[in-house]
Design a protein around this ligand. Sequence first.
Ligand code: BTN
Length: 324
Amino acid sequence: MMKNLLQPRELLRALAPGEPVSGEALADGIGVTRAAVWKHVAALRKRGLPVDARTGLGYSLPWPTQLLDADAVAARLEDGAGSLEVHWELDSTSSELARRQDGLPDLAVVLAESQSAGRGRRGRAWLSPPGLNLYLSCLKRFERGFAGLSGLSLAVGVCVVRALEDAGVAGAHLKWPNDVMTDSGKLAGILVELGGEYQGPCTAIVGVGVNVRLPRTVREAIGQPAVDLAELAGGAPPDRNVLAACLVARLRRGLAMFEEGGFAAFADDFARLDWLHGKSLRLDGARGAFEGVGAGVDARGALRVRTADGEVRVDSAEVTVRAT
Ligand code: BTN
C-alpha cells in the first residue's frame, strides 16, 4: 500500500487507545510533518470521526477503539482463518468481492475500516467512517440457482443477531426482511446481492454493516432512527475484532447450513426475533399501500400480514414496511 494511504491508518492506530497524543509525537511516530498530521486529522474528521484537539494536550478520540486486525480476528476463529482480508479503505467490501470472486474461495470474507461508496438496500448509501463500525462481506456459492435461495437474507439476519449475542449484545431483533433492529432504532443492515445463473451455479455476496459507534454527525446524516452498540452496552461496545470474529464464524456456519437445509433451519430463530410480529403495519409497494398486522413469515420467508380482507403474503423486499 502506498505510504500516504498508510498515514491516516497509522494516525488512527496512535489515537485508538483514547489517550491524548501531541501533534509532535504523532508526527514523529508516523514519520510526517505536523502539518501533515493536521491534514490527516482534518480528513478523519471529514469522514465523521470526532478527533478532539486541545492546546497543550494534543489530539484524542473521545473513547478507545480497536483497529481491525486480520490476525486478531483469525485467532478467534475455531475453524481457522480461511480467506479473510482486512483493508483500510475500499469503495465497498461487497464490490471488492464481486470484482475478485473468480479468484476467491467459497466463504471468503473481506472487511474494511472504511468504505468510500458503501451501499445499502434500494440504492441508498451506507455511511462508513473509519475506526467506528464494522463493514464486512462474505462470498457464498450455491449450485442450484436462485429458486433455492428464498429466505436467505432472513437467515443471514439470524446469523447476525446470533453473532451479536455471542459478543454479549442482547436485545436485537429482525425487521423483515433483514434489518437488525432495537426499539431505539436500526443497529445493523444486511445487503444480499445475487449473481450468476438463475437455474444453475450462482453466487451470493452477503454484506453486513454494524453500528458500533455512531458519532452525532453520522447519526444525523443517516436520516432514520439508528442505534449503536456503544449505546446498547452502556458505553462500552464489544471489541471490534471480537465482534468481527463472531460475525465471520456465524455467517460462515450459517451460510453452509443454508446450503444444506435452506430457510427451514432458521425459521424458529427468525420467529423468536421477529420485530414485526403482532405490530400494526403499513406496507408500500408497486401495487399501492395497505395496512395490516404482522403475522410472522411462511416457509419461504415471505412476510404474512393479516388484513381486514384476509392474509396477504409479501415476498418482495421492494416493499417498504413500517410499524405504525
Ligand atoms: C441496508 O440498507 O440496511 C444494508 C446495508 C449494508 C451495508 C453493508 S456494509 C458492508 C457491505 N458493503 C456495502 O457496500 N454494503 C454492505
